[in-house]
Write a protein that binds this ligand. Structure first.
Ligand code: DMJ
Length: 932
């Protein structure tokens, strides 16, 4: 049994008494994974764990070293251009930039990670740098939430470990609470934000001028997110208890009290956004991800750190509501606070990946295992967790800023179960980071997980959290120089000592609005996880929960999930779901009528749905009708998205790029479909005329190559035909609007010319001007530039780097071996002026809101079809098959059997990758600078 268990959790006392003990000593209740299962996933040897731990250390050095070398004292590293991100000197990214206060954010956020990773010497240096260089009095408007969790939390975590080291007697002997003094200075700077009648803080503050002064440039906001107002108590209470200045804990408690008072009383849920003056909910949707996440986390952790029962009571009340309405295992879906049976979305965001970790702390392991398993399958499909994904696991928002939440949950699940499966999960995370996110100057956020393209961004939380959790996952107790179980992790993974619970306690009850009531025993059920209690003699417990979910993503069957969930909730016949609706089914029409929904046949053949709640048979039917209409609207927008083609990738594969430069490209509605076929690879050549609008005058130059054509003057399809006639094996159209970039403009697909485009056989992709100029510059510099056109960036194959470059002259076949036949078909120019593109967002609406009275219309083609039919079919056994997956499997099989496609099949040691990279790092950096 671990020490924490020995302190209370593992002792054979009734649960309530056990919690009392925990509350009194505030011992962190997680147990260590000291035992390793002997069944299920193969146990991992100590050597393998050490190897992976060392790999994490090497990766941290790569990220931190590059930040210190190329970015410090800037807030963050820009890993593609290898420089610091200084606010005001880069184009604004909106709210994301509010984390940057010109206070060397990444250094402060990394402080306690250095100690966890056993880099004590570096920690000592880093603390000296913070004390010497960091200024907290800058004229910058920052986010109160981000500054609290990253900077105040970073300083307090640094202070906590500095005093621990000092006490040990070797390092930090000179330290005299200087980090704490800085934390206090920062705490006072944040306090003016709380000057509202509600006690909820303003979302932003000027570090130098506060809120009110005219120079502050802030203070006019009326709303804040629930997490923004509810994620202060750990840092503020720690600051109060470390310093004796009670005001911080008081302010944070007051904000929490106000949120609690404002919870929706019948559902016990909170909304995403609240008015800081009136306390009205501005956004009434409710989930456990973005906007709310750490509010729940801090209620439970405040109980653990401060031992105050009222926080546990609040957490448990919310948790019951979450499990009742939001949790639809393995999914966690947002609902409306007033109508919690009504889903507010059909997609989930990546931030909710922290929730299984919190459920471990709560002691509710089963749903934690289920959700984590679902998330892992999404990761296996896309290499990373996309910022948002749908209930049938398609990408909703494709970026991934190297978020740590999933690693966090993996660590906590391993601690709770000891199941080596979670070590394998961690190993995959490490591999994916090195394979897809690592660049010569650090780790770059993914701009699009589908294409593998990067963003010039490495957020500070990557160092604060990701490496900490990954290192701890593989570390044994003796690998860490202090006892991690004496600390609690803040939401940014900063460490606060549990002994704070017994220090300066007098402030804890001052000025709070909620009344203390004696809690009944149910509040203490399962809140102290203990593997001995949770899984008595059952080493296969976690595996047995995962097993039924093994293929939940690959064989996604969302309707099945909803049916189970529905019947689970009511035991009655489930209401009609929009996705099941068929306008020709008399039974469905009857149900519509009961729900107050009428069908109107429009003159143009479309059908409109209108709901009048008053015409419903009962209030429950009216509610079902409302939900049905909302689902219809969601389905409509989903359908529109489904009709859109996902972005494609242009990857430069020749020396010195070797696949590292991946450009996000727009697809074409004609020509070779790269998602169904193997990629096309070839050298590039500029066409003459450059716009490709007439027969090419340089066919010998483009023959067997990928032709570069400038946008404009004629239809995309015409350009494609002209270069195909000249013998090109593919085409890249480059935007003629100078400065355009996929970073700032929405991608679109190139439309045909309104005629049959079956004659166009070659693949065509579109690049905005910035991305296109990278290729043009590369030609100027290296003459021979080879690219790969595909639906997704391919892994770099080291052998390609040594391979002799094939002669471009002879390469008249595309990668799939298909001979491209030239076509001599002539095509008329069609309406040059009438925009040659078809914006991804401009599909004709097949279902749209018709009036303010909850109306929607569906086109005739959809009247008899299931809207999800394009993506799934149900066989007679009720099993679901996902056509997308079938296609993917098919293309994977093709890749397997294709000797030309060898990328991604080999594992290369990191050292050798680094050595290779160093060779051409200069050229690469130069090109990457141009990209941005
Ligand atoms: C971190 O800054 C914190 O974990 C925060 O609570 C939300 N998520 C980011 C990282 O994704």
């Amino acid at each position: 049994m671990s020490e924490a268990g020995g302190r209370g959790c593992g002792s054979p006392v009734p649960q309530r008494a056990r919690w009392r003990l925990v509350a009194a000593t505030a011992a962190f209740c997680l147990v260590s994974a000291t035992s390793v299962w002997t069944a299920g996933a193969e146990p991992m040897s100590r050597e393998e764990k050490q190897k992976l731990g060392n790999q994490v250390l090497e990766m941290f050095d790569h990220a931190y070293g590059n930040y210190m070398e190329h970015a410090y004292p800037a807030d963050e590293l820009m890993p593609l251009t290898c420089r610091g991100r200084v606010r005001g000197q880069e184009p604004s990214r909106g709210d994301v930039d509010d984390a940057l206060g010109k206070f060397s954010l990444t250094l402060i956020d990394s402080l306690d990670t250095l100690v966890v990773l056993n880099k004590t010497k570096e920690f000592e240096d880093a603390v000296r740098k913070v004390l010497r260089d960091v200024n907290l009095d800058n004229d910058v408007v920052v986010s109160v939430f981000e500054t609290n969790i990253r900077v105040l939390g970073g300083l307090l975590g640094g202070h906590s470990l500095a005093i621990m080291l000092k006490e040990k007697g070797e390092y930090m002997q000179w330290y005299n609470d200087e980090l704490l003094q800085m934390a206090k200075q920062l705490g006072y700077k944040l306090l003016p934000a709380f000057n509202t009648t509600s006690g909820l803080p303003y979302p932003r503050i000027n570090l130098k001028f506060g809120i009110r002064k005219p120079e502050a440039r802030t203070g006019t906001e009326t709303d804040t997110c629930t997490a923004c107002a509810g994620t202060l108590i750990l840092e503020f209470a720690a600051l109060s208890r470390f310093t004796g200045a009670t005001i911080f804990e008081e302010y944070a408690r007051k904000a929490l009290d106000f949120l609690w008072e404002k919870r929706q009383r019948s559902s016990n849920l909170v909304g995403v956004t609240i008015n800081i003056h009136t306390g009205d909910w501005v956004r009434k949707d409710s989930g456990v991800g973005a906007g709310i996440d750490s509010y729940y986390e801090y209620l439970l952790k405040a109980y653990v750190l401060l031992g105050d029962d009222s926080f546990l009571e609040r957490f448990n009340t919310h948790y019951d509501a979450i499990m009742r309405y939001i949790s639809q295992p393995p999914l966690l879906l947002d609902v409306h606070i007033h109508k919690p049976m009504l889903n507010a979305r059909t997609w989930m965001d990546a931030l909710l990946a922290f929730f299984p970790g919190l459920q471990v702390l709560k002691g509710d392991i089963r749903p934690a295992i289920e959700t984590h398993e679902m998330l892992y399958q999404v990761i296996k499909k896309h290499n990373f967790l996309p910022e948002a994904f749908t209930t049938d696991f398609r990408v909703h928002w494709a970026q991934h800023p190297l978020r740590p939440e999933f690693a966090e949950s993996t660590y906590f699940l391993y601690k709770a179960t000891g199941d080596p499966y979670y070590l394998e999960v961690g190993k995959t995370l490490i591999e994916n980071l090195n394979k897809y996110a690592r660049v010569p100057c650090g780790f770059a956020a993914m701009k699009d997980v589908r294409t593998g393209s990067h963003e010039d961004r490495m957020d500070s939380f990557f160092l604060a959290e990701m490496f900490k959790y990954l290192y701890l996952l593989f570390a044994d107790k003796e690998d860490i120089i202090f006892d991690i179980e004496d600390y609690i992790f803040t939401t940014e993974a900063h460490l606060l000592p549990l002994w704070l619970s017994t220090t300066n306690q007098s402030i804890s009850k001052k000025n709070t609005t909620s009344e203390y009531t004696e809690l009944d025993d149910s509040n203490f059920d399962w809140t102290c996880p203990n593997t001995q209690i949770l899984f008595p003699n059952d080493p296969l417990y976690a595996q047995s929960i995962r097993e039924p979910l093994k293929n939940v993503v690959d064989k996604s069957c969302p309707r099945g999930i909803i049916r189970v969930e529905e019947s689970f909730r009511s035991g009655a016949k489930p209401p009609l779901r929009a996705r099941d609706f068929m306008a020709t089914n008399p039974e469905h029409l009857e149900i519509l009528k009961k729900m107050g929904v009428s069908l109107i046949h429009l003159k143009d053949g479309r059908v409109q749905l209108v709901q009048h709640a008053i015409q419903a048979a009962s209030s429950i039917d009216a509610e079902d009708g409302l939900r049905f209409m909302q689902e219809m609207i969601e389905l409509s927008s989903q359908q529109q998205k489904e009709q859109q083609l996902p972005p494609r990738a242009v990857q430069i594969v020749s020396h010195p790029f070797f696949g590292r430069v991946v450009l996000t490209a727009g697809p074409a509605q004609f020509g070779l479909d790269l998602s169904k076929h193997k990629e096309t690879r070839g050298f590039v050549a500029s066409s003459k005329p450059s716009n490709g609008c007439s027969e090419l005058t340089n066919p010998e130059a483009v023959m067997g190559k990928i032709a570069l054509i400038q946008r404009g003057q004629c239809m995309f399809a015409e350009k494609a035909r002209n270069i195909q006639n000249a013998g090109a094996i593919g085409g890249i159209v480059i935007d003629d609007n100078e400065g355009s970039s996929s970073d700032t403009a929405p991608l679109f697909q190139m439309a045909g010319d309104g005629k049959d485009t079956d004659d166009i056989k070659i693949p065509m992709l579109f690049l905005f001007s910035k991305e296109g100029s990278i290729i043009l510059d590369a030609i100027r510099e290296y003459e021979e530039v080879e690219v790969l056109l595909s639906d997704k960036a391919k892994d770099r194959d080291p052998e390609m780097e040594n391979e002799e470059q094939p002669s471009s002259e002879n390469d008249s076949q595309n990668q799939s071996g298909e001979q491209i036949s030239s076509s001599s078909q002539e095509v008329d120019l069609v309406d040059q002026e009438s925009s040659e593109e078809n914006s991804l967002n401009s599909h004709p609406e097949s279902l749209s809101l018709a009036d303010m009275d909850n109306a929607a219309s569906i086109s005739p083609s959809e009247q008899t079809s299931n809207p999800t039919e394009n993506h799934e079919t149900t066989n007679l056994n009720g099993e679901c098959t996902d056509l997308d997956n079938q296609l993917q499997e098919q293309s994977e099989t093709e890749e397997d059997s294709n000797p030309n496609v060898s990328w991604g099949k080999k594992v290369q040691p990191i050292d050798s990758i680094l050595a290779d990279w160093n060779e051409d790092i200069e050229a690469f950096e130069m090109m990457e600078k141009d990209e941005l």
